[in-house]
Write a protein that binds this ligand. Sequence first.
Ligand code: SF4
Ligand code: SF4
Length: 280
Amino acid sequence: MDKEHLLKLAGDITDQSPKNYIQAETNSDAAYLGMRLFERPVTGVAAADDEAFEALLAPAAIGPHFMRPEQWLPGARSVISFFLPLSDRVKDANKRDKDIPALEWLYGRIEGQMFINEVSAAIRDEIIKAGHHAVSPSIDERFDFNVNIPGKALPAYTSNWSERHVAYVCGLGTFGLNTCIITELGTAGRFFSVVTDMDLEPTARNYTGLYDYCIRCGVCLKKCPAGAFSKDGKSNRDCSVFMRGTSLFFKPRYGCGKCQVGVPCENTNPCVRAEKGTAS
Ligand code: SF4
Ligand code: SF4
C-alpha cells in the first residue's frame, strides 16, 4: 500500500463510479445524461506532525477550532489530500453567463459532493482493509461547519477541517486571490482528504508563500457577481448570500463558481505558464 496505489484507486473510481456521471434520477434530459463531473485526481501527502498544521490554529489561518490530524486519529502519521478537477463540460458551461451559475456547475457542486463522499470513504476503507487506521474528516461525524448560525461555538463561515488549507500543507498548491487553491491542474475542482496512521513519503512543497502560484492578475475579483472582494479581501458572507440566492432559480441546488472559470488559473498553475511566456 502506497500513495500511487491510492491515487490509482481514486482515479479508477472517478472513471467508473456512476455517481460521477449524471443519472436519469438526477436529470432525465438526454442532453445531461451521462455527463461526467470530475476528471482523475492528483494527490499530495504531509506528515501528520508537520508544523504547518499547527500554524492553522492561528486566527489568521483557520483558528483554534481547527482539529489537528492527531485529534482526528490518535497515532496519525500522514495526511493525504486529493484534488479532483471538474470536467471541461462543467467548467465551460459556467462561462456562458456572467452572473447565473450553469446547471452543470451546480451538479458538480451538489451531486459532485455525493461522489466526493463516496470516493473519500473508499480510500479510507482501502487503508483500513490493509490493516491500518484512517479517517476522512469531512465525512466524519465530528466534522463541523458553520455557515452563520448565531450562538454556535464555531465562528461563522468556517469549519474544524479545511480541505483547502490541508491541500496547501500537503503540497498540492497555494492560495489565489479568489481564496481557492491553485494546483498544477488549476483551481476549478474539489478536494478531499484522509488522515491515517500509515507512514507515507511527504510531498515536497514547491512554494514558501501562501500565494506563490497566483499571478495577482485580479481577473477572478472582477468576475464576482456578488462584489464579494474588496481591499480587505473576500467577504464570505456576501459570497454565501449570493450563492444561496441562486436557489431561487435552481432549488434545491445553489452555487456560483464564477471566480474559478475563465481565469488564468482555471486549468493550470499560471506561474508555470508565465515563466514559459504563455500567460493569458
Ligand atoms: S484569477 Fe488571477 S488573481 Fe485570481 S486567483 Fe487566479 S491567478 Fe490569482
Ligand atoms: S463563488 Fe461567486 S459569489 Fe463567491 S466569491 Fe466566487 S464569484 Fe464571488
